[in-house]
Design a protein around this ligand. Structure first.
Ligand code: NAD
Length: 482
């Protein structure tokens, strides 16, 4: 339970904590009475969620837009609303297959008994969401948790307060609180949330906070899925089509103005082609956002603090002697808290831009003299959430994939591996623990319970005590089959 001795900053903070505890207690009680909801009940819940998303779509998009200052309505529709509806539809279609008991092989010496895996709901699931895709990253883990038969509580980000309220309104007007609820509040509520004895906690956010969440959850031995961030590289192979690669990288970087966990963070250009890569990136950015300085539908940076952080990263790299190419009028865009694609050529490894996750439309382009050098430099850092490789040489592709460890990969494009329910999504090492989406999401939020059913005749009894020479002979025979 939450630490009731924690000093509370305000009455509203106190109320938020009280509600948090009350909802958790209600969900725990409700789960006790409904421990394994039927396929029909789960499908009905998913249908309700799809209906709610469709009915509240315009309100959600407007709220995200206000929270960001400006968020492209198309980007909100695609990456927040449609992706969430798609996840729910996929889950509904898959319920029968997911919920089925799965028979597995039984070793010969245990036959004719039978072995199976029975998926079972865990109970009450907590989801902590970040601000960058505030609907998708709250709803799509919830879809998996509901499909798996659980009760769900979401704690959205305080950085997108209007969207958090719109989500709370949508879920509150659609579901009973003891089934599915949104609790809003700041870091204080987030901390109390992690102290609840959830049956599973999924956190999406920064690696630094993820570490704190894991430590808080560890006190209750609450299992966690951590969807974190990091520096995701894009590697352009010597034989790659530079224009096509640059276009895909610029699109992946500029979607949501780089505020995407799997946005390409930096690029390796092959030796001798750095200028060609920079030129192609400039051309691609101009194609994608031709009117960026005027009225273009280009997403703003979420807050002044984030905007200033990005500005500092650019200025530090410039002061360190790196060439900076701004694809748009940065001064003019400043008033709207927008940043054009800002390419930084070969910044020193010690600059902030090469040390921290950028999370904005700034793109370092580094020259790699060889594939080995690119691989070595990737492996010198933390394991990234995504890796992008561009080229046609299958052996080179296999080499890069074999010698680097990343959460996921898209070859010859960016971002797309996240947008499909048939692939699990998650990080590795500092970029995350566990995965969700599709089958992986259902399994994350289920106890995949192993069951062995003994038959009337059990060959195992042959080795029961009292032990005799005959027991040793049977074990001698059995060991040939294990
Ligand atoms: P953040 O870590 O600052 O916050 C995430 C959430 O944690 C928010 O809801 C916040 O209120 C809550 N929180 C803050 N302190 C807490 C605490 N001590 N205990 C419990 N909860 C706490 O992240 P952010 O700035 O909202 O999001 C950006 C980061 O998220 C980037 O690093 C990005 O890469 C990562 N991210 C990862 C994924 C993914 O799927 N792997 C997706 C989107 C964003």
């Amino acid at each position: 339970m939450a630490d009731s001795t924690r000093p509370l900053e305000s009455d509203s903070g106190r109320q938020a904590l009280e509600r948090l505890n009350a909802v958790f207690a209600a969900q725990t009680r409700a789960f006790d009475k409904d421990r394994n909801p039927s396929k029909e009940a789960r499908a009905a819940r998913l249908d309700q969620l799809i209906g709610a998303l469709e009915a509240h779509e315009d309100k959600l998009i407007a709220a995200i837009n206000e929270d960001f200052g400006h968020r492209s309505a198309i980007e909100s529709k695609v990456a927040d609303v449609v992706v969430s509806i798609g996840a729910a539809r996929h889950a509904k279609r898959s319920l029968g297959r997911w919920m089925r008991k799965k028979w597995v092989m039984t070793p010969m010496h245990m036959m004719p008994g039978g072995s199976r895996i029975e998926p079972q709901p865990l109970g009450v699931v907590g989801i902590i969401a970040p601000w960058n895709y505030p609907v998708q990253l709250a709803i799509s883990p919830a879809v998996a948790a509901i499909a798996a038969g659980n009760r769900v509580m979401i704690k959205p980000s305080e950085l997108t307060p209007r969207t958090s309220d719109a989500l709370a309104e949508m879920i509150g007007s659609t579901f009973d609180e003891d089934l599915f609820a949104v609790v809003t509040g700041g870091v204080e509520v987030g901390q109390a949330f992690t102290e609840l004895r959830f049956d599973h906690l999924l956190f999406t956010g920064s690696t630094a906070i993820g570490r704190k969440v894991a430590m808080a959850a560890a006190k209750n031995l609450t299992p966690v899925t951590l969807e974190l961030g990091g520096k995701s590289p894009a590697v352009i192979d010597a034989g790659a089509d530079v224009e096509a690669a640059a276009y895909a990288i610029a699109r992946g970087k500029l979607f949501n103005a780089g505020q995407t966990c799997i946005a390409p963070d930096y690029v390796f250009a092959p030796a001798g082609k750095t200028d060609a890569v920079v030129d192609a990136l400039v051309a691609a950015a101009k194609t994608l956002h031709p009117g960026i300085d005027a009225t273009d539908d280009y997403t703003a940076i979420v807050s002044d603090r984030h905007f200033e952080r990005l500005g500092r990263l650019v200025e530090e790299a410039r002061a360190a002697g790196a060439r900076v190419v701004e694809v748009g009028d940065a001064e003019k865009l400043r008033a709207q808290r927008k940043l054009p694609l800002t390419i930084i050529v070969d910044p020193p490894a010690t600059t902030g831009i090469m040390q921290e996750e950028i999370f904005g439309p700034i793109l370092p382009v580094l020259t790699a003299s060889s594939r080995d050098e690119a691989i070595a430099r990737i492996n010198a850092g933390e394991r990234p959430l995504a890796l992008y490789w561009f080229g046609e040489d299958k052996a080179a592709e296999a080499d890069v994939l074999r010698r680097t460890v990343s959460g996921g990969v898209t070859v010859n494009d960016t971002l797309w591996h996240v947008a499909q329910e048939h692939l699990p999504f998650g990080g590795v090492g500092e970029s995350g623990v566990g995965a969700y989406h599709g089958d992986a999401g259902f399994e994350t939020f289920s106890h995949m319970k192993p069951v062995f059913r003994q038959s009337k005749f059990s060959s195992g009894r042959m080795i029961d005590p009292p032990y005799t020479t005959r027991t040793s002979q049977i074990i001698g025979l059995l060991r040939k089959f294990v």
